[in-house]
Design a protein around this ligand. Structure first.
Ligand code: DQA
Length: 145
């Protein structure tokens, strides 16, 4: 059993990027957190970050049939990308939208998400622990019943 953890633009800079907003943990720390959280329930993690919208779309397409779901922090594409929303709608996989910061107490342009209407769940403002919560939610969906 597998979970895809997908990260959009600028998240490769995590740890050094605006640490007052995003904290000091790195994307590598996030990968380890996701792997440990998933391993506890016998799940593997595929972990990918890209600064390119098309690469993220390709990864969503490739996930179809191969993973239980996707934990996705789309970065700023959250607020701009109809193409990513269409990709998610097209593959019919549960997607947990994660934002490290509480986007709702930030600039107005961060309040709207093209991803939220196609997300199964949304985790906002929990810091990098939001990724662990997302992984746990996918495990919950995959093992219930
Ligand atoms: C973010 C919030 C977005 O508004 C921003 O563009 C990011 C990161 C977050 O994790 O809080 O790149 O998705």
């Amino acid at each position: 059993r597998r979970i895809l953890v997908l990260n959009g633009p600028n998240l490769n800079l995590l740890g050094t990027r605006e640490p007052g907003i995003y904290g000091s943990e790195t994307l590598e720390d996030v990968r380890v957190l996701c792997e440990n959280t998933a391993a506890a329930a016998g799940f593997d993690v595929e972990f990918l970050q890209s600064n390119h919208e098309g690469v993220l779309i390709d990864a969503i397409h490739a996930a179809r049939g191969n993973v239980a779901g996707i934990v996705f922090n789309p970065g700023a594409y959250t607020h701009t990308s109809i193409a990513l929303a269409d990709a998610i709608a097209g593959v019919e996989l549960p997607v947990i939208e994660v934002h490290i910061s509480n986007v709702h107490k930030r600039e107005a342009f961060r309040h709207h998400s093209y991803i939220s209407p196609v997300a199964a769940s949304i985790i906002v403002g929990a810091g990098v622990n939001g990724y662990a919560l997302g992984v746990q939610q996918l495990i919950h969906l995959g093992t219930r019943g």
